[in-house]
Design a protein around this ligand. Structure first.
Ligand code: SF4
Length: 309
């Protein structure tokens, strides 16, 4: 069995929860907020209409309807305390492209967030082609006093898939962004989507070779879902294509994990969209059930993160 510093309680892969436990010694939850940024793939700078799978409303918690950031944080804390006994929070700038716009706007928002004594860090989500130096330098500055995580939407290592997704950036943009980020000390997440009809199973698994070369702390995996209100909804209804069956995904994702370097920590292994937004695939499984089934599959197949490297 490979040495996995953040795998405990029978987990066979590094899990983000144990990383946070190790760092903060208390229950820390990510608290998503709506920051009011837009996205260059929606306003015409890069493209119109956004990535085909994207509907930001599908993952924003109900408390983000409060427009004011302080109110969102207040309501989010209450929700996460009641639901998960959370004590401290990493505020997650999740929807849209949070480094798109003047750096002064981002600075003001982060200053507001860090006023709250229960906020121990921030996580900022963005695209690989929206990483201006002044933003990165600012994040580096604040990372001396607070925890900082930058999340990059990589999605795929194949240009044919990025084209199909209408990402309006290339794999070369991703590689360039990741090389620039090597100069910075904060934690970087790569977000990847598995299951595009442009990729074979072998191509999906082959992504691990690229990912293992990157200097990232975290990996976030999502299986492709058809979300109501996203552009893909109409295309899928007109021309349906294969999406993962539940068991099929368990087999793929566990194989994927076994090919990932042991220094990487998994922040997420599958997508979770509310039933009201999810058109397909509908698995009717709870989050804990999926995590337990991943564990069981890894045990049954005798798989470990990094075990097949
Ligand atoms: S996924 Fe991100 S980059 Fe794509 S349209 Fe949505 S907000 Fe914009």
């Amino acid at each position: 069995m490979p040495s996995l510093p953040y795998a405990r309680n029978g987990f066979r892969y590094n899990h983000y929860k144990f990383y946070l436990d190790n760092m903060f010694h208390t229950r820390v939850q990510r608290l998503s907020v709506e920051t009011g940024f837009t996205c260059p793939n929606r306003d015409g700078t890069k493209g119109w209409g956004g990535c085909i799978y994207c509907n930001n409303n599908s993952f924003m918690p109900p408390y983000t309807v409060r427009v004011d950031l302080r109110n969102q944080i207040r309501a989010g804390k209450q929700y996460l305390k009641e639901r998960f006994n959370a004590e401290k929070f990493i505020v997650y700038f999740q929807s849209y492209t949070n480094t798109y716009g003047p750096v002064s706007v981002l600075k003001d928002k982060i200053r507001v967030v860090l006023e709250d004594k229960d906020v121990v860090g921030i996580s900022v989500s963005t695209r690989p082609d929206c990483l201006q130096r002044n933003v990165l330098d600012f994040l580096q500055d604040i990372s001396r006093d607070t925890y900082v995580n930058l999340e990059i939407g990589v999605e795929s290592v194949y240009d044919k898939t990025l084209l199909w997704m209408n990402r309006c950036h290339t794999v070369a943009d991703t590689v360039h962004a990741l090389s620039v980020l090597e100069e910075y000390a904060f934690d970087v997440t790569a977000h990847v989507i598995l299951g595009s009809p442009t990729e074979t199973r072998e191509e999906m698994l082959a992504m691990t070779r690229e990912i293992n070369r990157w200097n990232i702390r975290f990996l976030k995996l999502h299986h492709l879902q058809i979300i109501r209100g996203a552009r893909l909804e109409k295309e899928y209804i007109k021309h349906p294509f294969h999406l993962f069956e539940y068991r099929e995904y368990l087999e793929l994702v566990t194989e994927f994990i076994s090919r990932i370097n042991t220094k990487i920590i998994f922040q997420r292994l599958f997508a979770e969209s509310p039933g009201s937004f999810l058109l397909a695939p509908v698995w009717e499984k709870r989050t804990t059930e999926i995590i337990m089934d991943i564990q069981k599959t890894m045990r049954d197949m005798d798989l470990w993160q990094g075990g097949k490297l």
